[in-house]
Ligand binder design. Structure first.
Ligand code: SF4
Ligand code: SF4
Length: 373
């Protein structure tokens, strides 16, 4: 096996590992609850951006987001400044899920399909619209208003069962299915057209000194780089790949048959693909470990101290009725009345699962009507 092929497997291996780890975290969140395992929103750096306004104006975070999410957000911005959209190409689990389905699609269709340019070009701007709308409403409503429409959130809640995900976030599930089907046909469908984070990293990455460069006098014009690029960038006819669409996935560099024709350049220095991958991992995970050591990387709420209580609007879906009553320092019988829970629902039932016993019970609506205690 050639060195470049091994590096391609290394990239796939790392992406698969991150996907498995994040999926396990999402599953544990469903099983153990939000105090023990972080929600998928806390694990997504975009939550940090959505919380920014609230952090600056009130000093607190929006629901399900914690200081660690903001740290993650800052780290990914640093990665974008140094290595463009490397987070998308080398770390993001949602990206590799799309690449996985694209590989299946290429087997089914026996070739790589490319969206016609007249549709593809305007559609690429859609992600910038999603970015502006998502952040505007998150800042305005001080909450994760888009969670029901978020395909990544729908994916993370799949362990609860399709019926439950459909009930909680039907649109998110539909977008997840569109993403999977879209990726079967067109690689990185969500990254190209819909991902607000990809849009942001693309803009920030424009400031990066990093780029893939092609040496015209060495290139043999075989077109392989164009063929393998998941974002359909015209590498073959560029001297420098500076578009905001480039994910720095290294696929073109590692697939080029002519040594020296395609290389990575940071400022004016040529760096090898392995060095790029290692540096991105070191910057990303090194900063996470450093912030963990500094105690600023919490992704779950701090446990309540003795004598502390929470308000009714802070009751979480993962809490059992009993836990929620204790956390709000409310007598259990009064809690049942306040939250309009029928007496036949066992106290061990999680708040978000009351609706499985009483079908027309809407936890969020009841909680919203109560306000703070
Ligand atoms: S240009 Fe190269 S590094 Fe950029 S997305 Fe395409 S294949 Fe990946
Ligand atoms: S794969 Fe390499 S040799 Fe082939 S066209 Fe692209 S840069 Fe040139």
């Amino acid at each position: 096996m050639t060195k470049n092929k091994m590096l391609k497997y290394l990239r796939w291996g790392l992406l698969a590992l991150f996907t498995v780890l994040v999926s396990i975290a999402a599953y544990l969140h469903q099983v153990l609850g939000g105090t023990k395992a972080p929600s998928i929103h806390a694990l997504c750096p975009f939550g940090g951006l959505e919380s920014l306004y609230q952090v600056f104006t009130t000093g607190s975070f929006i629901g399900k987001i914690f200081a660690g999410t903001l740290t993650l957000f800052v780290i990914t911005l640093i990665v974008a400044l140094l290595f463009r959209r490397s987070f998308c190409g080398l770390i993001c689990p949602f990206g590799v899920i799309q690449e996985f389905f694209a590989k299946i699609g290429q087997k089914i269709f026996k070739r790589k399909l490319i969206m016609p340019a007249t549709i593809d070009k305007p559609l690429r701007y859609l992600k910038y619209v999603v970015l502006v709308v998502t952040v505007f409403y998150a800042w305005k409503t001080a909450g994760l208003w888009m969670a029901p429409y978020d395909p990544w959130s729908a994916y993370a809640h799949l362990p609860e069962g399709l019926a439950s995900v459909w009930k909680e976030s039907a649109i998110g599930l539909i977008i997840l299915v569109i993403t999977v089907l879209g990726s079967l046909i067109y690689d990185r469908f969500f990254c190209k057209y819909l991902c607000p984070m990809g849009a942001l990293y693309g803009i920030v990455g424009k400031l990066s000194p990093f780029k893939v460069v092609r040496k015209e006098n060495v290139c043999i014009d075989c077109g392989i780089c164009n063929k393998v690029c998941p974002m359909n960038i015209d590498v073959q006819h560029s001297l420098k790949v500076t578009t905001a669409e480039c994910l720095n996935c290294q696929t073109c560099v590692l697939s080029c048959p002519k040594p020296g024709a395609l290389e990575n350049q940071e400022a004016h220095k040529i760096i090898k693909p392995l060095t790029v991958i290692v540096l991105v991992m070191v910057v990303f995970f090194g900063t996470i470990f450093a912030s963990q050591a500094a105690g600023i990387y919490n992704l779950t709420p701090a446990p309540l101290k003795a004598g502390e209580s929470i308000n009714y609007d802070e009751v979480k879906g993962y809490m059992s009725i009993k836990e929620a009553a204790e956390s709000t320092k409310t007598d259990l019988k009064v809690f049942y009345e306040k939250f309009k829970i029928p007496a036949n629902v066992p106290a061990e039932t999680k708040m978000k699962e009351i609706s499985t016993v009483v079908t027309d019970y809407d936890f969020d609506q009841v909680k919203g009507s109560l306000g703070t205690k």
